[in-house]
Design a protein around this ligand. Structure first.
Ligand code: B3K
Ligand code: ZN
Length: 869
């Protein structure tokens, strides 16, 4: 396998103008007739037409009606001596049932559906399968012989009926699009219908297709579609452009969802919710993913990508947009804190791994490996920095200018930046380094007081560790949001700080002066205004002071996080020797004062986020070299000590703040979250105080006392993770209630795969043969092996090595079935060099045997070979 380089981009020799497809659907023998008109773009009149095609059986090719000769080339065909404008007609056969990679046309629980991004269209028919070839599509679908409910494709329905006893439908999409946005769905569904009236009073028909019998579970997603449409109009002035918008939920899907023009296809996880079967987080996620795919209609579909190296152009902008949507319609602080956790957990981990890559990568072997937290989430942080730098109104104008200027085109990140520079009157030349340099900048802050001038002197330095691809890093250009707190907790605004409240930091080292009183200190990186690791020498008193008085959600939570981090770092050696750790006194004091003042008026979402003990995974990212056993030991000690010291407060809190109903609402989400945290802390405390029976009782009652899945799942998690007496009864009851409801039942797998000790490995081994488990369904894999790999660092890295062996065995099986999913769950192993020697050796053995695997997929090869370099 060979990598492609970004700089090797060549414009296509031909473009497709009109594509007319006819599908005669059949489970194993679907016939695709493809009539495409092509136009030569190159001046080289001898250049042949090369079409991409993979795993296709070609019946014939005609050029302008005459049978044509073609040559088989690697993953495609070549047709030479073609005129400047011509029509190719061809027919090929595919086998959707056999397609377990879920790229191209495949069957999901009886439904025909497609996934084309990034290069799946070539698994459907021969084509110029690249994002800079935009064509108009007309699609005829002839249903399978055994019948079929609906036949869907992009755009407008032109005709439907029955031909030779088979249903058919014809769709036409008025908007030219690249092949990756093509979609086809054929199946039998329950349909949730509604309409949306746009800002110019046009009526749009909305249709949501869900599993039969699950109509009610689609209602929240439908509401979310309407909210997204309204929000895009209100916030950015963007109006939907077709007469209908369709969303289909399917059970077999490689990732979250797909923004095909006018026909979004979703993993059913991000559609199907009701309060008895889905958690508040699931509701929140449905809203955000529905928003994300809908917002792609402009940022992605109307203006698309020139090539896949530009992926972040559409993804970062659309993630930024969905985050703003969730902020506006759900909760801003929560949305921001989630986003920051993604950066400080998985994204920092990726930056520190062999697969570290710039937001605009230079080299790619398998594009599916680059749908990453760097491209998506770090990319969104970059967009957010631009938003900070130029402000909402200039950002809005620039976004509209960008969408107008490049409407119907396939463009680059550079085009985007130039447009923003021109429109907003800003110079982003140094800022561009965020797109070209991989790695996380480390920012160190320090300050002194200059008595003579009554100045606080703030000094910032930045340094970015080398990554494999780049040894030397130049300084980044970043906005640092800043404020100052005096000793009484008042915000002081010195004359030197602009009213926007941020300073520009763009050199290796910079000094800033502010006229202030002596006992005032800086609050640095408010709202996490740049995706960096900040090291600031706050005293514990200052952290407590900020936690009490600062009005910034991130700073508040971060003060608690910093106290937690310091505790773990300071105690790591003792933890490594399994010694006795001191009390986290300051943290407990701060938490006590928060808990003492909770009432119905408090911001419960923020309090919950502040009181949470962070995950072991996020703690790991605060270390370069990872001593997993010591981190886990210190983490558990920290949590236990907080729980035991404050057990009375948590008991007081528990049951005091009641949700108004078991339905989803942002307010009730906050209430349930805090109540569930109280439950968890009480259970942890009781276990540590030799009162495990009491812990079991309260958890069991919690499980039985609520109809809401958020509550039930919290109880089940505590029962299983703390190994309480009620564990088997709860698991049995959950199994009885939900084993036939795959999406809900994934919780049963996930909870047992994430027990933070070795027993999770045995659980996974056992559950792999559970009758409800299906190794070909990505959701099942993600809930079981995937959860062990990506959400359970303790068990995965168990010193026995059994976690590694199990994961690699599963990856080997998945290599043939679904390489994209296999490559994703492999990720944690790539960072083996951060672990101790024994674990390094065990992982290395496993990686080496993966490399020896017959028919090793490109996805796995790219990741493993990069890690082994
Ligand atoms: N664009 C799709 C992701 C496709 C992933 C292909 N491996 C979903 C999204 O980001 O909206
Ligand atoms: Zn996206």
């Amino acid at each position: 396998y060979k990598a492609q380089k970004r700089t090797d981009y060549k414009a296509p020799n031909f473009t497709a103008v009109d594509i007319d497809l006819t599908f005669t659907l059949d489970d194993t023998h679907t016939i695709v007739k493809n009539v495409t008109t092509f136009k030569r773009l190159t001046s080289d009149t001898k250049a042949p037409l090369v079409l991409n095609g993979e795993d296709l059986k070609l019946n014939y090719v005609k050029v302008d009606g005459i049978e044509a000769k073609y040559k088989d080339v690697k993953n495609g065909i070549e047709i030479s001596s073609v005129p400047d404008e011509f029509t190719v007609e061809l027919e090929n056969v595919i086998n959707p049932s056999e397609n377990s990679s879920l790229m191209g046309l495949y069957k999901s629980n009886g439904t025909f559906c497609t996934q084309c991004e990034p290069e799946g269209f070539r698994r459907i028919t021969y084509s110029l399968d690249r994002s800079d070839v935009l064509a108009k599509y007309r699609v005829t679908i002839i249903g399978p012989e055994y019948g079929c409910g609906v036949l869907l494709s992009n755009g407008n329905l032109i005709e439907r009926g029955t031909r030779k006893n088979r249903p058919y439908a014809v769709w036409e999409d008025p908007f030219p699009k690249p092949s990756y946005l093509f979609a086809l769905v054929a199946g039998t569904f329950d349909i949730v219908s509604d309409t949306f009236t746009t800002m110019s009073r046009r009526k749009v028909a909305l249709e949501l297709y869900v599993d039969r019998g699950s109509y009610d579970r689609g209602l929240w997603a439908m509401q979310s579609i309407k909210d997204s449409m309204k929000w895009d109009e209100d916030r950015w002035g963007l109006e939907f452009d077709l007469d209908n918008f369709k969303v289909v939920a399917v059970d077999f899907f490689n990732f979250g969802a797909m923004e095909n023009k006018g026909l979004n296809v979703f993993n059913s996880v991000y559609v199907m919710v009701d309060p008895t079967c889905a958690t508040d987080t699931a509701f929140y996620n449905v809203q955000s993913v529905i928003g994300h795919e809908y917002f792609h209609n402009y940022t992605g579909d109307r203006v698309t990508l020139r090539d896949w190296f530009q992926l972040s152009l559409k993804e970062s902008l659309t993630v930024f947009r969905d985050q703003e949507f969730s902020s506006d319609v759900a909760n801003r602080a929560l949305t921001r804190l989630h986003a920051i956790n993604v950066i400080r957990g998985p994204q920092f981990a990726e930056d520190a791994s062999p697969m570290a890559h710039p937001v605009r990568p230079e080299e790619v072997m398998e594009m599916n490996n680059f749908y990453t937290v760097t491209i998506y989430d770090k990319g969104a942080e970059i967009i957010r920095m631009i938003h900070t730098l130029i402000g909402e109104s200039r950002f809005k104008k620039a976004l509209n200018d960008y969408l107008r200027k490049f409407d119907g085109q396939a463009v680059t990140i550079e085009d985007f930046l130039c447009c923003f520079e021109e429109s907003a009157g800003v110079d982003l030349s140094q800022f561009r380094r965020w797109y070209t340099q991989a790695g996380t900048p480390h920012v160190k802050a320090s300050w002194t007081y200059d008595e003579a001038n009554k100045n606080l002197v703030l000094k910032l330095t930045q340094h970015t560790n080398p990554t494999r691809d780049q040894k030397e890093k130049e300084p980044f250009y970043m906005p640092i949001r800043l404020s100052f707190l005096d000793k009484d907790g008042h915000d002081v605004h010195p004359a030197e700080l602009s009213s926007d409240g941020f300073i520009i930091f763009n050199e290796n080292e910079q000094e800033y002066r502010f006229t202030l009183d002596k006992d005032t200190f800086p609050v640095i990186l408010r709202d996490f205004s740049a995706p960096v690791k900040l090291d600031a020498p706050y005293t514990m008193e200052q952290l407590q002071h900020m936690l009490s008085f600062c009005d910034d959600a991130f700073i508040k939570v971060d003060c608690a996080t910093t106290m937690q981090n310091r505790y773990v770092h300071d105690n790591l050696e003792i933890a490594a020797a399994e010694g006795v750790l001191r009390e986290p006194a300051e943290l407990i004091a701060s938490y006590k004062s928060i808990l003492d003042s909770v009432d119905a008026q408090s911001d419960l979402i923020l309090i919950n986020e502040t009181l949470k003990i962070q995950s072991i995974a996020n703690l790991m990212e605060t270390f370069d070299k990872i001593n997993i056993d010591a981190i886990k030991y210190a983490h558990d000690a920290l949590e236990t000590k907080v729980a035991v010291s404050l057990v009375n407060e948590f008991v007081q809190l528990y049951g005091k703040i009641k949700a108004s109903s078991s339905n989803y609402s942002v307010t009730d989400m906050g209430r349930r979250a805090l109540n569930n945290l109280a439950l968890h802390m009480i259970a942890v405390a009781k276990c540590a105080m030799d009162k495990k029976t009491e812990a079991s009782e309260i958890v069991f009652n919690h499980y039985n006392g609520s109809k809401n899945m958020t509550d039930k799942l919290q109880a089940m998690t505590d029962a299983v993770h703390l190994d309480l007496d009620c564990k088997s009864e709860i698991l049995k009851s959950f199994e009885k209630d939900w084993s036939k409801d795959a999406l809900v039942f994934d919780n049963f797998f996930r909870v047992q795969a994430t027990v933070p000790n070795k027993s999770a490995i045995d659980n996974v081994k056992k559950l792999l043969s559970h009758p409800s488990f299906d190794g070909r369904n990505p959701n099942r894999v993600r809930a079981l092996t995937g959860a062990l790999a990506l959400s359970n660092p303790v068990a995965l890295n168990d010193i026995s090595g059994e976690g590694y062996d199990l994961l690699c065995k599963q990856i080997t099986e998945l290599n043939d079935i679904n390489p994209s999913v296999a490559a994703r769950i492999l990720t944690p192993l790539l960072s083996f060099r951060r672990l101790d020697e024994k674990r390094q050796g065990m992982i290395l053995n496993n990686l080496n045997s993966l490399m020896q695997m017959p028919k090793l997929s490109r996805s796995i090869y790219e990741k493993v070979s990069t890690a082994l370099k």
